[in-house]
Design a protein around this ligand. Structure first.
Ligand code: PGA
Length: 252
């Protein structure tokens, strides 16, 4: 059975004390989850080690980073390497988020390097893809997302791909309050699964966890997660309040 995940991407929010309080609230309310379900928390880099300690020994809840450098180590002032992230106890790294693509000019070549470093460091990639509004309006979103996946993931072999989770995040739905409809999400997730099947075979596609992200909230999570190809969510704004985040976890 493929893995289901609800992951909280805190983005550049929460100082350390606020973050720890949020984690306490999440841990207090976390429901018992079946074996194939996981919760991931992705705080800012600087909180990883302390939040990692809070999560030690907690079943079904895992630590993730929001990014890492495309270089392995060396004279890159201010950068954080994949191996540093790994040393905090993190198991996941979000890569290819549209905010990083847009504001920090991350391109295919950089993302390929980052993905390789995360996998070399024995962590899992949460790979974000998704189209801007003008592409959706032109109804060319399938080709757009397919191009992101083929340019940035298709260098991986089938074994490496097992450590990748895909997050479909239509840019027009991120932080806008405008969620993709369950049908739009399902259609794209099924498309992504068919893209994976064409390259890696149907078994690999069936095993691929594909998350939806973009204004996911307790009120729409159950409908989105009820779609056959939607395996959970990558949650921004609603991951910053324990009650809201737990409402989404409960919908999984
Ligand atoms: P949002 O962000 O839930 O605030 O729309 C999702 C994301 O960017 O991962």
């Amino acid at each position: 059975m493929r893995k289901k995940i609800v992951a909280g991407n805190w983005k550049m929010n929460m100082n350390l004390e606020e973050g720890k309080t949020l984690v306490e609230g999440v841990l207090e309310g976390l429901p018992a989850l079946s074996e194939n379900k996981q919760v991931v928390l992705a705080p800012p880099f600087i909180h990883l080690a302390s939040i990692g300690e809070q999560l030690t020994g907690k079943h079904h809840i895992h630590l993730g980073a929001q990014n890492c450098s495309y270089e392995g180590s060396g004279a890159y002032t201010g950068e954080i390497s994949a191996s540093m992230v790994k040393s905090t106890g993190a198991e996941y790294v979000i890569l290819g988020h549209s905010e990083r693509r847009e504001y920090f000019k991350e391109d295919h070549a950089m993302l390929v390097k980052k993905i390789n470093l995360v996998l070399e460091n024995k962590m899992q990639v949460i790979f974000c893809c998704g189209e801007p509004l003008e592409i959706r309006d032109a109804d060319t979103q399938n080709a757009y997302v397919q191009e992101q996946i083929s340019a940035e993931l298709f260098h991986l072999d089938a074994t490496q791909l097992k450590n990748v989770v895909i997050a479909y995040e239509p840019i027009w739905a991120i932080g806008t309050g405008r969620t993709a409809s369950a049908q739009q999400a399902q259609d794209m997730h099924a498309h992504i699964r068919s893209v994976i099947a064409a390259k890696y075979g149907q078994d690999a596609a069936n095993d691929m966890t594909i998350l939806y992200g973009g204004s996911c909230k307790p009120s729409n999570a159950a409908e989105l997660f009820g779609c056959p190809d939607v395996d959970g969510g990558l949650i921004g704004g609603a991951s910053l309040k324990a009650e809201e985040f737990l409402g989404i976890v409960n919908a999984m």
